[in-house]
Design a protein. Sequence first.
Length: 276
Amino acid sequence: MLANLKDILLPAKEEGYAVACFNVFGFEDSRAVIDAAESRNASVILSINLDMRQFMTMDQIIGLLKPMAESAKVPVCIHLDHTYEVEVVMQAVDVGFTSVMFDGSQLPIAQNIASIKDVVSYAHRKGVSVEAEVGSVPYATGRDHIKSELTDLSEALAMEKEGKPDALAISIGNVHRLESGFVEINVERFNALENELTIPLVIHGTSGIKDRDIQMLSKRHITKFNVGTVLRKRFGDSLRSSLGSDPNLFDRITIMKKVIPDLEETASRVIKLLGQ
């Protein structure tokens, strides 16, 4: 069933678990994620990042994902990830995304809040949820222009009070696209944010966080974890293994029928780790 972010995250916050938000790039990984969510009777979020948005139009993306979400047996949110242009976020609202993220993390906080207020005003009228970011989560590879900056408590409180988004992404040592190794979460900063904020909190860069930290954060105030690298790596590994097992394989559907169960297994493990 199609759902927005607010409807998915509020139960998570109340019951002490987090929802997995998977970056997806087509039918196969979307199918695997929904199958995994259904097998665990868990809500889930299908997220579209900048790479995917540049590869397909938003109309094409919604044409693919919306029927899958609507026919799912569990709540499925279709989310637009990091987007830096207000007009693009509003286009996503218009075409049918049920959640959008305006990323003003590279802006002065006053400008970030002003932009979020505009997005919230537009999106909420159409039942679409809004995610903001305060602080800045860096990238391990690519996007070198993105700064690394822990979330400032006073700025986060101002965003919650004035911007009124439905969720807030925070920076507490997490890193996007970390392919190996782990990060150390700044627990002191997280504790300060958790103690003062009431809004559902979001972590980007899940793949580099230790399992014990993910479980700790999921049971507390983090209600959404963005997951990308671990699923993309499993796709590549599974695809190479499938093709290597039979040099005569060429049919796409045959190949993908071998890959989808591996993706489902990875997605299911993440969902379970987050408490669902």
